[in-house]
Write a protein that binds this ligand. Structure first.
Ligand SMILES: Cc1cc2nc3c(=O)[nH]c(=O)nc-3n(C[C@H](O)[C@H](O)[C@H](O)COP(=O)(O)O)c2cc1C
Length: 182
């Protein structure tokens, strides 16, 4: 099967996830990995499965991927899967993580699901994990989101190395699960 993995990534976190997915699905499939900026929605017609990914920006998928999803065709042949990285805690990794995730990354999942629902695109699932913030975003979080020094130290020790090898292993498991749904 022809599989496309296309991503937007500013500081490399989402790209790492895209590469882990590529490594997992490469065996036995014809796989192309590229940046979202290198393709148009029309190019997707050649593929049976498309993975699209981006970082979370402003609690939602980053604009380049949002725009790309909006441009997808009606009832295409390809099936879709999504992935994203975010600086906020994942829902199951922190006390109160569900609420924190909902506030800081809560629109990402609907931004995959809504266009797929509207356009009869079969959406097979999504993967997400934490990704270390860039220095300006780190400064924003330190100033506006986390005020206590203790919480900040704990947060930074958690996020600094993400996505880590466990995240990338989880991304590979996700990719296998998606393939098994075909
Ligand atoms: C402009 C901007 C806005 C961001 N907004 C959020 C946000 O609302 N919630 C969040 O969890 N992370 C946010 N982040 C952090 C990124 O989603 C996170 O660090 C991600 O892993 C970066 O991925 P990349 O290296 O592929 O660009 C933001 C980052 C940038 C640059």
């Amino acid at each position: 099967m022809k599989i496309l993995i296309a991503y937007y990534s500013e500081t490399g976190n989402t790209e790492k996830v895209a590469r882990a997915i590529q490594e997992e699905v490469a065996d036995g499939h014809d796989v192309r990995l590229c940046k979202i900026s290198e393709i148009t929605a029309d190019d997707l017609k050649d593929y049976g499965l498309v993975f699209l990914g981006a970082p979370c920006h402003g609690s939602d998928l980053a604009p380049p991927l949002k725009k790309f999803l909006e441009a997808l065709p009606q009832s295409p042949r390809f099936k879709l899967a999504g992935f994203f990285t975010h600086a906020t805690y994942a829902p199951d990794e922190h006390t109160g993580g569900k609420e924190i995730f909902a506030e800081w990354a809560g629109k990402c999942i609907a931004s995959f699901e809504s266009p797929c629902g509207e356009k009869q695109i079969e959406f097979l699932g999504y993967f997400h994990c934490m990704g270390a913030p860039s220095p300006p975003i780190e400064k924003f979080i330190r100033g506006k989101v986390i005020s206590s020094e203790e919480e900040w130290r704990s947060y930074m020790s958690e996020v600094r190395t993400r996505p880590d090898s466990k995240d990338l292993q989880n991304a590979r498991t996700f990719a296998r699960t998606i393939i098994s749904k075909l």
